[in-house]
Design a binder for this molecule. Structure first.
Ligand SMILES: [Fe+2]
Length: 354
């Protein structure tokens, strides 16, 4: 390109005198290559990196039009600017040349000032276009990179928050992360879009965030809870809702927190919603949450066998759980032949990238 190095221009003309004239005009400003036929031109184009071609139209053998067509066919030179050299002032020829993809015309006999002016003009346009294209693609790449970093930062932050929530309760190590994965898988199988799956995943991560407001002694109490203690635990959906409702960028997050303990038959809490009145994502998380509770160990029992969990899910189908999402969870269990989906399995080390 013009600038640091002088531009490299190939002049193609089967007339030796004309070739020499052009070479003399350009030599002071540019690196000049010459060719005396269309085929020699194509050979140089393949071999040398050029900035511009001055191409004679009327040549014996392959003429300028045919040569230009072949230059455009090659990916390497498809965008290379070409100025036609012509002895005629036939408007028809000029129109054909422009249609064939020439940038401009320079007429014989050559007037050095006009020739130099036109060449400079075409080179400048190409230089600007080249810079603009590379600048635009550089900017796009940088933006995509930044976006990726930001997304991974958001995900890591939420995962950390999920681990913090789970750390409060010694019975629920890794619970939120697993609920997030199960919920995302259910939503994927239910045909949700990638963006919806992503949001449900985040909802799953933070569905129990309200537990931050429940005293540790109650959460970790080994024996039976008193009515007051149970009431304190039941506050966590509303507390979580309050915390997440302020996050305007992902407003839906609060939905999972508030309604994941609702029941399909309306006997859940905190609002006693039933059926499809319970937000869709909360119904998904409800199934995932219950599955993970049963497939996690407690101080008084190991994680439950698959057939017991299956039985519980079937029993709760349409009463505690949305039947459609229970069916998806059951299908996931059927595929889980070696019972990998439980606390303490490789599930806990699964990659979480969303
Ligand atoms: Fe919960």
């Amino acid at each position: 390109m013009e600038g640091v190095m002088p531009a490299r221009i190939l002049v193609v003309d089967d007339d030796a005198i004309s070739l020499r004239v052009v070479q003399r005009i350009l030599a002071k400003y540019y690196q000049v290559e010459t060719a005396t036929s269309g085929s020699e031109c194509l050979e140089i184009v393949r071999r040398v990196s050029l900035d511009l071609i001055l191409l004679d139209i009327q040549m014996t053998g392959m003429d300028g039009f045919e040569t230009l067509r072949l230059i455009r066919e090659d990916e390497k030179s498809a965008e290379l600017p070409v100025i036609f050299l012509t002895a005629t002032d036939d408007a028809e020829v000029e129109a054909r040349g422009l249609e064939a993809g020439a940038e401009d015309f320079i007429r014989k006999p050559f007037v050095p000032k006009i020739m130099l002016h036109r060449i400079r003009h075409v080179l400048e346009i190409y230089r600007l276009r080249y810079h603009l294209e590379s600048e635009v693609s550089r900017q796009i790449e940088a933006t995509v990179e930044k976006q990726k970093k930001l997304e991974s930062f958001v995900e890591q932050t939420m995962l950390t928050l999920a681990h913090t929530i789970d750390a409060k309760d010694r019975y629920t190590s890794g619970h939120s992360a697993r609920v997030a994965l199960y919920s995302r898988e259910i939503s994927k199988r239910a045909g949700r879009s990638e963006e919806e799956q992503r949001v449900i995943y985040f909802m799953g991560l933070l569905h129990d965030i309200g537990k931050i407001g429940v005293p540790d002694e109650i959460l970790n109490k080994p024996g039976k809870l008193t009515n007051e203690e149970y009431a304190a635990i039941k506050k966590h959906p509303a507390v979580g809702y309050k915390i997440l409702n302020n996050m305007e960028s992902i407003h839906e997050l609060s939905v999972g927190a508030r309604w994941h303990h609702e029941r399909y038959d309306g006997k859940g809490y905190p609002d006693g919603l039933s059926g499809k009145d319970i937000p869709d994502a909360a119904r998904i998380i409800g199934v995932a949450d219950a599955y993970d509770a049963m497939s996690s160990s407690r101080s008084y029992r190991n994680y439950l066998p698959q057939d017991v969990i299956r039985g519980e899910l079937v029993k709760g189908r349409g009463t505690q759980f949305d039947p459609g999402y229970v069916d998806i969870m059951l299908a996931m269990m059927d595929e889980d032949k070696d019972y990998r989906m439980h606390e303490g399995s490789e599930m806990d080390a699964m990659p979480h990238s969303v």
